[in-house]
Design a protein around this ligand. Structure first.
Ligand code: FE2
Length: 502
């Protein structure tokens, strides 16, 4: 319960008088219970008689608490008996950043943006052998009723008819088409339940291919195909090394898990007697955004912040990062809490936030970015669009973020629902997934996941922030304090628990 001056006065009544010039604003960010116990302990050694809590005394108490809560500067010294394999291996990496275009967001910009998205996703669909003979929607009138046709279009609208069928409006620049996915009756023979379930997952702005029979200007669909990624073998390395995935550290928030994160830093340095075999292999670390909690990101955030200055938040964050051994290459990209433009693609952090030169093993990247690590292509995206994908797609949940990550890959677009999160309407859509990644890392939803999808490894890097009151209200159960580590030679993922290490 946030503290107010009148509540404080009534709770301390009979013990301490609260000066009338203490205002609610003086107590901002304090929980009532914590404040009462702080004031009582401040006066605990005082002599009997009437005690007065003056405004200056309160300021002293709060300043002391703040300084005690400021993250400790923990010195980490690498264990002398730790001989990491990764130290003897040369790093080979390339950061392929998103192009950051500045546009005026005019109607023309949006038209160019969506045309670019459509053309690139259509090109992927045209390579799919299950859909042949694609025609322009504008030429549909040249075909007879009953004829089977194939179309590619962007979903302009999707409705459920009163009979429960899914009716989709597709457009391709030459015209619009109405496509019907018939709801199968129970016990109907030969019904294609999979097709109907797929149709319920069609989202607005999806680029899809459909095949079906013409019936009075309607296409009765029998096939729907998304651009998707093909089934493939992901690359592995000759060297026995590993990649660690971290995100949503939210430094500056009261619930940043400082103790567990310092334990993680000790682990990278070989000082923790837990899976040392794996610690020795870590050659790359990818920080996938929401590095700090930021300031003014959501209403009343100031009440939840331990550090209310964004520059100090980054100073603490990079101080922590500097404790990672120098032979490990560290990649750092922003998320929706970071102090760069909110619209995606997001640029890398500017110099004024990194406060001077970074250690030579720390590399800034855009969100999204493609990182080629010893030949392995890692698509790193913070995952802000997961909120809208989970909200709009049947079967996707926060408890299993990989379900939404698969839907994103299926669409070959990192932010498939326009308006679901803010994007830059650039002429070259930076959110299209042009090449097939070996690994996709996302964060944002604070829930770990690791699974294989068509040969691509999907990893959600979880969080290093304890469960927030917002997550409690929404019923979200995050999994903070876990580290996914991927061994690139034997292609296995381990998720290490830093919550239980003493
Ligand atoms: Fe986020």
């Amino acid at each position: 319960m946030p503290a107010t001056a009148s509540q404080l006065a009534s709770l301390l009544e009979g013990k301490i008088i609260v000066s009338s010039d203490i205002l609610d604003s003086d107590l901002q960010g304090m929980e009532m219970q914590e404040l009462v116990s702080l004031v009582l302990s401040h006066f605990s050694g005082a002599s009997d008689g009437i005690k007065l809590l003056k405004k200056e005394t309160l300021k002293e108490i709060l300043a002391k608490v703040k300084s005690e809560k400021t993250p400790l500067d923990v010195e980490i010294i690498r264990s002398s008996d730790f001989s990491p394999i990764a130290k003897d291996i040369n790093s080979e990496f390339e950061v392929r950043n998103s192009k950051i275009e500045s546009v005026s967001s005019s109607v023309n910009d949006f038209v160019a943006h969506f045309t670019n998205r459509f053309e690139r996703q259509k090109a992927i669909l045209e390579r799919n052998r299950s859909i042949q003979g694609i025609i322009d929607i504008g030429s549909m009138n040249n075909y007879m009723n009953g004829r089977e046709i194939s179309l590619v279009g962007m979903v302009y609208d999707k409705v459920i008819t009163k009979n429960g069928h899914v009716l989709v409006t597709l457009e391709d620049g030459t015209g619009t088409a109405s496509v019907l996915f018939v709801k199968p009756y129970k016990n109907e023979r030969n019904f294609n339940a999979d097709l109907f379930v797929s149709a319920t997952k069609i989202l607005k702005d999806d680029v899809i291919a459909v095949k079906g029979k013409l019936s009075n200007k309607l296409v009765i669909a029998n096939t729907v195909v998304w651009p998707d990624i093909p089934v493939h073998m992901r690359k592995k390395t000759e060297e026995d090394i590993a990649i660690a995935f971290i995100s949503d550290t939210q430094v500056g928030h009261k619930l940043f898990m400082e103790k567990q994160f310092n334990k993680l830093l000790e682990w990278f340095n070989g000082n923790v007697d837990y899976r040392k075999d794996l610690a020795k292999k870590v050659k790359y670390i990818v920080f996938d955004g929401d590095l700090v909690d930021g300031v003014g990101i959501y209403p009343n955030q100031d009440k939840e912040l331990l550090i209310d200055d964004v520059y100090r938040q980054y100073s603490v964050f990079f101080d922590l990062v500097s404790k990672i051994p120098e032979y490990i290459e560290v990649f750092v990209q922003p998320g929706n809490h970071d102090a760069v433009q909110r619209a995606e693609p997001q640029p890398m952090l500017p110099k004024e936030l990194t406060q001077g030169d970074l250690p030579s093993n720390v590399h800034l990247a855009t969100n999204p970015s493609n990182l080629v690590l010893d030949g392995i292509n890692v698509l790193a995206y913070h995952g802000t669009s997961l909120d809208s994908v989970i909200h709009d797609t049947p079967g996707c949940t926060y408890a299993r973020p990989e379900t939404a990550m698969m839907e994103v890959l299926k669409r070959r677009h990192l932010s498939p629902i326009y308006g679901g999160n803010v994007i830059v309407p650039s002429r070259d859509d930076g959110m299209v997934i042009d090449s097939v990644p070996d690994i996709v890392e996302m964060g944002h939803v604070h829930k770990n996941a690791a699974t294989d999808y068509h040969g691509t490894l999907l990893v959600n890097s979880g969080a290093w922030q304890a469960r927030t009151s917002f997550q409690i209200r929404l019923g979200h159960l995050p999994s903070p304090g876990f580290l996914p580590v991927y061994e690139t030679k034997n292609m296995t993922v381990s998720t290490l628990d830093f919550n239980t290490i003493p």
